[in-house]
Design a protein around this ligand. Structure first.
Ligand code: ZN
Length: 148
């Protein structure tokens, strides 16, 4: 039997992996930049996009300054002030503030890859945002090369 003609398959698969991270405080911005940089380097992708997704409802991900660790702590305390724990929330689990903080910061972002590295600004880092820790968490990466 003759093989049926197949459309040409591109040898440029998206790279997928899951980072396992552990947070240390109830509210904790954890710098995951080195882990994402390593994943991009291992992928061999030279130009493309790294998509970062947090599959949790009481956590998130942001890009902000990593050079001075006080900035992350200030963002933590700002979010605590903006969304305090409050017994009047309806959600019986008692962590509605964490859900609201997750909704505020969002659970995904994309970073360009240029010349094999994340095209972050000089002071930028990628932070996993824990709002109901400490606990183990997952971060899903998808590293997608540009179409040629
Ligand atoms: Zn909840």
């Amino acid at each position: 039997m003759a093989a049926s003609p197949q459309p040409a398959r591109e040898a440029r698969p998206a790279r997928k992996l899951v980072l396992n991270v552990s947070t240390c405080r109830r509210t904790h911005l954890l710098d995951i930049t080195p882990l994402v940089m390593r994943a991009v380097a291992d992928s061999g992708v030279f130009d493309g996009i790294c998509h970062v997704f947090v599959p949790h409802t009481t956590a998130g991900v942001i890009i902000n300054e990593m050079a001075d660790p006080h900035v992350a702590r200030d963002i933590e305390s700002t979010l605590e002030r903006l969304v305090p724990k409050d017994p009047r929330y309806l959600h019986a689990e008692g962590n509605s503030d964490a859900h609201a903080k997750s909704a505020l910061v969002g659970v995904s972002l994309s970073v360009p890859i240029e010349d094999g590295v994340l095209a972050l600004g000089r002071w930028q880092g990628i932070f996993f945002c824990e709002f109901d820790g400490p606990r183990p968490r997952n971060v899903h990466l998808r590293i997608v090369p540009d179409a040629e």
